[in-house]
Design a protein around this ligand. Structure first.
Ligand code: DX5
Ligand code: ZN
Length: 237
């Protein structure tokens, strides 16, 4: 009986530890650019885990966000992991640049990389964690032969390019499929969800296997962003 109790407690503690690792990554795209330092400090002092930084080139996606000087300014003040999401064509050109700017995680789009394996190796060789983002129409199966090399997969739950869009429900199915692939291959990969994340879908996403929740509008357009981050964090852990 005692042995059983001990095993049960160990299992429960480990489960709790795993759950507590769920990360919240506010997307700076939805911040007030006129008060960028204030919003970066808000994230620093909140329960958020990462900064999510969206770089858009107006070619891969129909929108341009901001570029290197703005990222440099953010990185000067940011005290948490900087998670850069590149929505650009031919991202290989800028891997070293983003490493020098302070990116900790660099995510490229599957749809933008002809030689994805080479790109992933380049990201790692530059000292960053390597991520791949999948558009809503791209199936999880395309990652079968590269999952072992990925530190993170970002499942887009909206079509990339804009903040404030509605969450695509098919995402849950993709999270489950990706979780199964990760477990089957014992890959070290984190699952990140990006787009339309709120307190309505956060828990279900984590229950399906998500590790990192990106939230832009839901955090920055709320009355009290610090509290909104804390709420999201408590829902997910
Ligand atoms: C969309 C971006 C997202 C976006 C999320 O292309 O990759 O990171 O900022 O914003 P919300 O949470 O408002 O959908
Ligand atoms: Zn993003």
């Amino acid at each position: 009986m005692r042995v059983f109790l001990f095993l049960y407690c160990t299992f429960a503690a480990q489960t709790q530890l795993l759950k507590m690792n769920k990360r919240i990554a506010p997307s700076i795209l939805a911040a007030d650019f006129g008060n960028l330092q204030r919003d970066v400090e808000m994230v620093n002092h909140s329960e958020a885990d990462w900064f999510h930084i969206d770089i858009m080139d107006g070619v891969f996606v129909p929108n341009i966000s901001f570029g290197m000087p703005v990222l440099k300014a953010i990185a000067t003040h940011a005290k948490k992991t900087i998670d850069v999401h590149l929505m650009i064509v031919d991202p290989d050109r800028y891997v070293k640049t983003f490493a020098d700017l302070g990116a900790d995680v660099l995510t490229v789009h599957y749809e933008a990389c002809t030689h994805l394996h080479r790109t992933i190796q380049a990201i790692k060789a530059n000292g960053m964690k390597a991520g791949v983002a999948l558009n809503p129409h791209t199936p999880i199966t395309v990652l079968e032969d590269i999952i072992q090399d990925l530190d993170l997969v970002c499942i887009m739950s909206v079509n990339p390019g804009f903040g404030g869009q509605s969450f695509i429900e098919n995402t849950y199915k993709k999270v489950t499929q990706l979780k199964t692939l990760i477990e089957k291959t014992s890959a070290p990969t984190l699952i990140e969800i990006d787009g339309g994340v709120t307190n309505k879908n956060g828990k279900a996403l984590v229950d399906a296997g998500a590790d990192v929740l990106v939230a832009g509008s839901f955090v920055f357009k709320s009355e009290n962003p610090t509290e909104t981050i804390a709420d999201l964090k408590s829902i997910c852990n």
